[in-house]
Design a protein around this ligand. Structure first.
Ligand SMILES: Nc1ncnc2c1ncn2[C@@H]1O[C@H](COP(=O)(O)OP(=O)(O)OP(=O)(O)O)[C@@H](O)[C@H]1O
Length: 267
């Protein structure tokens, strides 16, 4: 049986006064590339925060959260094992840091380099390789604050892979990327999938779920609305109910595109 890297059992999660997850059960397994798809407010960011132990479920009887099999886990240890790309992370970097520092900071799961941090030749080589793979070599000496959103995102992708984590958690990774950036990202993702890394992709967009994804979880109002293979789950009826409108799906090259039902067939 595949090993779960994250489990929630009967977990109730509050954000402020609001219950976001109400006795939810969820297992995310290493070795299965998974996408979590849901509309605004469905609980995706809350899930990411739980995985990174920025927040915890309410301490209720029978409520359990485990990461890599542990109920307790040092957050820094955990961050070494999961590479993250997210807009939140992007906003936390200072404008003055260089692209190379952003990538190297991945070794310490920090948002800055300096202090007692040391980088071996091997680390520098890994940073070069990650910069190459994410098409960001020319950004290595640029200041983060002078880069476009898409350029910053490329550096975060390099950062997420530099320390060779087991899991890549990609939270809306293509937000702000132009078409070339998105296509380059899909190529990169194919590489991750082939290398045996486990990818957890969080998205609002059906068309961002690449063919290599094996499991799709639909989240709706803090509940698992559907869970299965892409062909089981990504169906017009279920997606229509998830997003609250009728849609049609167009499939091409392993990707699926949603179009409003009335627009899919010309009159
Ligand atoms: N700090 C907070 N205090 C109160 N409610 C919150 C807080 N953060 C989130 N929520 C609520 O929790 C629910 C889930 O929010 P979450 O950010 O996890 O959704 P999401 O699926 O990531 O949405 P989006 O796609 O818009 O980013 C929403 O109803 C939101 O209003």
């Amino acid at each position: 049986m595949a090993i779960p890297f994250f489990e929630l059992e009967n977990a109730t999660v509050y954000r402020g006064e609001r219950i976001v997850f109400d006795r939810i059960n969820l297992r995310l397994e290493a070795g299965t590339h998974t996408a979590v798809l849901g509309p605004n407010g469905s609980g995706k960011s809350t899930l990411v925060k739980l995985i990174f132990r920025d927040i915890y479920p309410a301490a209720l009887p029978g409520s359990v959260m485990r990461t890599f099999g542990n109920e307790l886990m040092n957050a820094w240890e955990l961050r070494k094992r999961i590479g993250l790309v997210s807009a939140d992370l992007q906003h936390r970097y200072m404008a003055s840091v260089t692209g190379r520092s952003v990538v190297l900071s991945g070794f310490y799961s920090s948002i800055a380099t300096g202090g007692t941090q040391e980088f071996s030749d091997e680390d520098q080589y890994a940073a070069d390789r990650a910069l190459e793979r994410s098409g960001a070599v020319s950004l290595a000496d640029r200041r983060f604050g002078t880069l476009s959103t898409g350029e910053q995102r490329r550096l975060l992708l390099a950062r997420s892979m530099v320390h060779n984590p087991e899991i890549l958690l990609l939270d809306e990774p293509t937000a702000g990327l132009d078409m070339n950036g998105r296509f380059a990202f899909f190529d990169l993702l194919d590489g991750f999938l082939d290398e045996g890394k486990s990818v957890l992709l969080i998205t609002h967009h059906i068309e961002e779920i690449p063919p290599g994804i094996q499991r799709v979880i639909l989240l709706k109002s803090g509940q698992v609305f559907a869970d299965g293979s892409p062909s089981e789950v990504l169906k017009p009826d279920d997606l229509g109910r998830l997003f609250g409108r009728n849609i049609e799906l167009i499939e091409r090259g392993g990707f699926r595109y949603a179009v409003p039902e009335s627009r899919s067939t010309p009159a």
